[in-house]
Structure formats: structure tokens, C-alpha cells
Ligand binder design. Structure first.
Ligand SMILES: C[S@@+](CC[C@H](N)C(=O)[O-])C[C@H]1O[C@@H](n2cnc3c(N)ncnc32)[C@H](O)[C@@H]1O
Length: 267
């Protein structure tokens, strides 16, 4: 669209959960796409899944999950901060997820989810997730396996969650940390190929196979005469190198996953 002052352009983007996560009003810490996508995969989320999340917070995670489980799934979202619960519910309706996300204003650590034999997956982003695990266990469909994830920034919280998960008979308890490692790809503009040329010639004379670390060596060994200085220059210009930035930043939280097994006798 032409901008209102006719001096530039405004790009209209189709709204997606990814964009919403980048611009939403922050009422709390939120989950970002790296963690959300990993959790989505590990919990096996797909259309039709019924799941629980708590707390709702700013609704970043909820938007992505609602899109994944739509049109037939249900996200039961629990938040004990009344104003946050109301704002999130309003946003879900405005964004067309009113039928998929069922918002509940409740302290799940004290009052539980009050759902039984209903859900396939549970996601806990709470300060004390271990207090909600007994209630989560009751909420799982009782005739099949289910998946739970606890999202906690501190390793002490992970330890307490693992203990509670074990006590309640969960299995396959695994913890991950999801970090984005950026690779910067740049074309290598200048490279001295004289050593490569010499090496290729010597190997050819000795009847050795080419040792190729730069595509140009393979071409030299195949037919030395066809390689011109210009070709070497072109190969050098085409070569891409990738390097990572020294420090990998971005710890968000530890992700503790476990599997609910039906018919377990543990407490
Ligand atoms: C970090 S935020 C969740 C952020 C959310 N996952 C997102 O991506 O936007 C944690 C939320 O849990 C809520 N909370 C904490 N303890 C709770 C409890 N016992 N029951 C329900 N909600 C709780 C807090 O009010 C807060 O809004």
C-alpha cells in the first residue's frame, strides 16, 4: 500500500502467530519461536489434539498452539492473574481463536485443572510446575500415552519437576535446552590457489587421487589444461564460508519432557 503521506510504501503482512509473538503487548516473559517449535514437535501436536497450558501469560505460546491444533483441537488455558486472563481471552477472540482456546481464570497449583480423562498433552510454564503435576496426571486421557513439558529457567526447578514426575509414574523424562546458533555465510573473495595448484599437480604426477577441499582441485585433476587463471578466480569468488558467532547467547528455559503412561499405580 502507498503510505498515507504518499512518500513511501507500507507492506501489509498476513497475521501469523510468529508475527504476533514479535509484536504482542508483553504482560509477562514469553516463549519465542525456537522453544515453541521444539515443544510442538516433542509433544506431537497436530490438528485435533486437546491440551492444557498454564499460565497463559501474554498468550505467545497459545497463539502458535491454537494454529497447530485447529480446527478440531482444544487448548485449555489457565491463568491465575485475573487481568491477564481477561486480556488474553479478548485477544484470542479478536484473532479468531475463540472457539479453540478455552480460557480459565484459576490457580492451578491450589485448585488443579479440574479436567479428567480428556487431554493428550500438558504444557506448564509456571514458577512451581511440580505442584500441578498430580492434577495434570488426572487430566490425561487414561487409555493412552500422553506428553508433558515443564518450561523452567532454573536447574533447581528442573530437579524438583523431575522428582515430582517420577513420583507420579511418568517415564522417558528428558531435559533439553534450545539455543539458536547463528551461522554467518559469506563468499570468500580472495584465496591464494597456488598451493592447491601445486598439490594437484604433484598428486597427479604420483598417480594419487585428488584430495579436494576446494572444488577447483577436482577440476584440475580431471583435466589440468582446461583450468585457466580466470576459472580459478571464478572458483575463488564462488566459494562460500560459514562461521558462527563466538558466543551462543539466549538461554530461555530448560525444557523437561516426560511421557504419561496409562494404568500406572504410582501416586
Ligand atoms: C511466564 S508467564 C507464561 C508466558 C506464556 N507461556 C507466553 O508464552 O506468553 C507465567 C504465567 O503463569 C501465571 N501463573 C503463575 N502461577 C500460576 C498458577 N499457580 N496458576 C495459574 N497461573 C499461574 C503467571 O501469572 C504468569 O502470567
Amino acid at each position: 500500500m502507498v503510505s498515507s503521506n504518499y512518500r513511501g510504501f507500507v507492506y501489509l503482512l498476513h497475521p501469523t502467530p510468529e508475527l504476533w509473538t514479535l509484536v504482542l503487548p508483553h504482560r509477562t516473559q514469553i516463549l519465542y519461536i525456537a522453544d515453541i517449535s521444539f515443544i510442538t514437535a516433542q509433544l506431537g501436536l497436530k490438528p485435533g489434539v486437546k491440551m492444557i497450558e498454564s499460565g497463559t501469560g501474554s498468550g505467545s505460546f497459545s497463539h502458535s498452539i491454537a494454529r497447530t491444533i485447529a480446527p478440531t483441537g482444544t487448548l485449555y488455558s489457565f491463568e491465575y492473574h485475573e487481568e491477564r486472563a481477561k486480556m488474553a481471552e479478548r485477544e484470542f477472540k479478536e484473532h479468531g481463536y475463540g472457539d479453540i482456546i478455552k480460557m480459565h481464570h484459576r490457580d492451578v497449583c491450589k485448585e488443579g485443572f479440574q479436567l479428567h480423562d480428556l487431554v493428550d498433552a500438558v504444557f506448564l510454564d509456571l514458577p512451581a510446575p511440580w505442584d500441578a503435576i498430580a492434577s495434570a496426571k488426572q487430566a490425561f486421557k487414561q487409555d493412552r500415552t500422553g506428553k508433558i513439558c515443564c518450561f523452567s529457567p532454573c536447574i533447581e526447578q528442573v530437579a524438583r519437576s523431575v522428582t515430582a514426575l517420577e513420583q507420579h509414574g511418568f517415564v522417558e523424562i528428558t531435559m533439553y535446552e534450545c539455543l539458536i546458533k547463528e551461522h554467518i555465510v559469506t563468499p570468500l573473495q580472495k584465496f591464494d590457489f597456488s598451493a592447491a595448484l601445486q598439490d594437484a599437480r604433484e598428486r597427479k604426477e604420483k598417480g594419487l587421487p585428488p584430495s579436494d577441499s576446494f572444488g577447483v582441485k577436482r577440476r584440475l585433476a580431471r583435466d589440468e589444461r582446461t583450468v585457466t587463471p580466470q576459472e580459478i578466480e571464478e572458483a575463488a569468488n564462488l566459494m562460500l564460508v560459514s562461521k558462527t558467532i563466538g558466543e551462543t547467547r539466549g538461554h530461555t528455559s530448560y525444557l523437561t519432557f516426560a511421557t504419561f503412561l496409562p494404568f500406572t499405580t504410582a501416586s
